[in-house]
Design a protein around this ligand. Structure first.
Ligand code: UDP
Ligand code: MG
Length: 314
């Protein structure tokens, strides 16, 4: 029997890109004819005709599966849903916009089958076609998160990744609600081969990530995989207490020696503002973690599927 590859495609308003994607992926599937394929389109609450298109494809090609969410749950949830509904011996995550070139798939497969890796992942070495400010913040993010967390997160890493079934099952066992896949992939270990490629611009449609969305996503990554911000808050606390203690002694002595206890009002205001700021920052950091814990303890489902043609697994 042939082994099966599940291609998982999160789609959010991808009606323009989907036909191109489907053509490209069946092309690759034809080349890799020693494998069976299944294509899982996860419709992440699109407001356009993405779902209709997936249904049409499913009608003419029995390998096409779709899972449609009741609303937009985000790409992370779509990835989880795709993996959960997959049946292949291997799973590959791919964007619908052809920024993850399907042509790399044979090379990725070779890394797993011939070189014995558990997964083959891709990273782009250029950020061509991206606003410079976005690239700058992306670089900063990777530098910071790698310093402060155990998860090994590679700069320029895409979610485009081929994995063996064991690794997929391990990921599915991580049922956290606040998901940050790039971190999860690194955190669980397993041997990964990194394949590099030049950035490709999306074939049609528009990016779903605004700068603000990306910024929030990066905070998500930091709070999900590191407690360094909490430690920084504690260190600030200790530091400020020490400085305050020294200042109290200095002021007491100065008052005793020179009198004049009233002077120094401006500096006092500055100090109060500074300490107030640091306190609010620390409370804010604490709040970030608390809110994550709060959402986690509710144990809400990661996604809600409204429609699907995937048969329920026993
Ligand atoms: N996506 C999704 N849900 C979202 C946002 C994006 O499923 O809320 C999908 C999108 O359809 C695409 C992939 O995630 O297949 C990557 O999105 P996009 O190309 O907009 O991101 P970029 O490549 O610009 O980082
Ligand atoms: Mg894209």
């Amino acid at each position: 029997m042939k082994e099966k590859i599940s291609v998982i495609v999160p789609c959010y308003n991808e009606e323009e890109a989907l036909p191109y994607f489907y053509d490209a992926i069946i092309n690759t599937a034809e080349q890799m004819n020693d494998f069976d394929f299944e294509f899982i389109f996860v419709n992440d609450g699109s407001k356009d005709r993405t779902l209709e298109l997936s249904k049409q494809l499913a009608k003419k090609d029995h390998r096409v599966k779709y899972v449609s969410f009741s609303r937009n749950f985000g790409k992370e949830a779509a990835i989880y849903a795709g993996l959960e509904n997959s049946t292949g011996d291997y799973c590959v995550l791919m964007d619908a916009d052809l920024q993850d070139p399907p042509a790399l798939l044979p090379e990725m497969m070779e890394a797993i089958q011939k070189e014995g890796y558990d997964s083959a992942a891709t990273r782009r070495v250029t950020r061509k076609g991206e606003p410079p400010i976005r690239s700058f913040f992306a670089r900063m993010f990777y530098r910071i998160i790698n310093k402060i967390s155990d998860a090994d997160i590679v700069d320029g890493a895409r979610d485009y990744r081929l994995m063996k079934r064991d690794m997929v099952n391990t990921i599915l066992d991580m049922k956290e609600y606040n998901r940050f896949s790039k971190g999860i992939f690194g955190w669980i270990g397993y041997d990964t081969k990194w394949i590099e490629f030049e950035n490709v611009e999306r074939v049609a449609g528009e990016t779903k990530w605004s700068f603000w969305k990306l910024f929030k996503y990066s905070l998500e990554g930091i709070t999900a995989f590191s407690i360094a911000p909490l430690q920084i808050a504690s260190i600030f606390g200790i530091l400020f207490s020490l400085v305050a203690f020294v200042m109290i002694i200095v002021i007491i002595i100065r008052t005793l020696v020179f009198g004049d206890p009233v002077s120094g009002w401006p500096s006092l205001v500055c100090i109060i503002m500074l300490i107030g700021g640091v306190q609010l920052l620390s409370i804010g950091i604490l709040g970030q973690y608390l809110s994550k814990t709060y959402l986690e303890t509710k144990k809400r489902p990661i996604y809600i599927a409204k429609e699907t043609n995937v048969e329920v697994k026993e």
